[in-house]
Ligand binder design. Structure first.
Ligand SMILES: Nc1nc2c(ncn2[C@@H]2O[C@H](COP(=O)(O)OP(=O)(O)OP(=O)(O)O)[C@@H](O)[C@H]2O)c(=O)[nH]1
Length: 299
């Protein structure tokens, strides 16, 4: 345990992290323009960072409409934190629900919430209209597709338009509307992920980057991998040691990069490429839960 005492207690970064491409501002304006047609809002956040994946810009959109905060990717979050996170939302007077689209959890409950809270202008005639908002890559499009896959009459038949899902942030670049339920009729609007225009601290920026909400290249893939190692050690999680075949926990990301040269495809490549391939591999493993499940926000 002597080595552990020397591990970093603070993660040093140099530059502030910001990522707010033009299409996000356009998306924000288009969401505002559509509000008159919307009954309820689903705000999707990442269950691993239930507070850091909030976006004050999105709070300002339709703040008078009923809103459900969906904490998606709960399969990757620490399940021991769930009750405490739920209590925090309850204390703040906000409706929240943990889901995992990947595991098909609670999808029906979300639709039920929409019909209960969408006692709306249009419900008698057209149905409930839902707008799905959130920071990039939290699973908005995946959630919409999963709504449709549980609706027997609206199954995602071949050739039917799907919400576009991708492993990298910023995949959805325009607003689209989908009918997800027949009776009662529910329409859902998919919107592009919108990042915080000003990320309040490097720590929040790094958490957003580590969970995949910010493009890796904006922050630096190797830096995010180092932050990953830092958080794993800070939490006392050693699953990565066994998973990567290391002899012991380490605070040195270069040592970890060296350990994954082979599985990351870096053998025989120049050093820069080798480091980038190693960092990319480590983040992919982390993001699929190979090193454990984590809640990164202090609760
Ligand atoms: N592990 C896990 N992965 C998920 C879950 N939901 C979605 N994903 C994955 O997360 C990635 C992003 O999903 P999208 O549905 O494209 O996310 P989005 O919020 O629409 O992304 P943008 O278009 O960038 O705003 C994809 O690789 C999905 O397969 C989940 O519950 N668990």
């Amino acid at each position: 345990m002597a080595a552990k005492a020397a591990f970093r207690t603070v993660f040093k970064t140099t530059s502030p992290i910001n990522w707010f491409p033009g299409h996000m501002n356009t998306a924000k304006n288009s969401m505002k323009a559509q509000l008159g047609n919307i009954d309820v809002i689903i705000e999707v956040r990442d269950a691993r960072i239930p507070f850091s994946s909030a976006n004050p810009l999105l709070d300002g959109i339709g703040n008078h409409k009923p809103r459900l905060v969906v904490l998606n990717k709960s399969d990757l979050a620490n399940s021991n934190m769930k009750a405490r996170v739920e209590a925090r939302f309850e204390d703040a007077g906000m409706d929240s629900l943990f889901t995992s689209v990947a595991k098909g959890k609670h999808i029906q409950k979300i639709l039920q919430w929409c019909t209960t809270h969408g006692k709306s202008q249009f419900q008698q005639t057209a149905g409930t209209v839902v707008m799905v908002v959130g920071v990039p890559n939290v699973g908005k499009s995946s959630l919409i597709n999963s709504f449709r896959s549980i609706s027997s009459s609206l199954k995602l038949a071949k050739g039917k338009k799907k919400a576009t899902v991708g492993a990298t942030p910023g995949v959805t670049v325009r607003t689209d509307i989908f009918k997800v339920n027949e009776s009662p009729a529910i329409y859902v609007m998919d919107t592009p992920g919108v990042m915080l225009p000003n990320i309040p601290s490097p720590d929040v920026g790094l958490k957003l980057a580590l969970t995949g909400a910010i493009k890796d290249e904006v922050v630096g893939t190797e830096l995010i991998a180092d932050y990953m190692l830092f958080t794993l050690n800070r939490m006392g999680s050693t699953q990565y040691v066994k998973a990567l075949g290391l002899a012991a926990p380490t605070d040195d990301i270069e040592e970890v990069f060296e350990a994954v040269v082979r599985p990351s495809g870096g053998v025989g490549k120049p050093e820069d490429t080798r480091r980038l391939l190693a960092a990319t591999y480590l983040l992919k493993e982390y993001r699929r839960g190979a090193f454990g499940t984590f809640t990164l926000d202090p609760i």
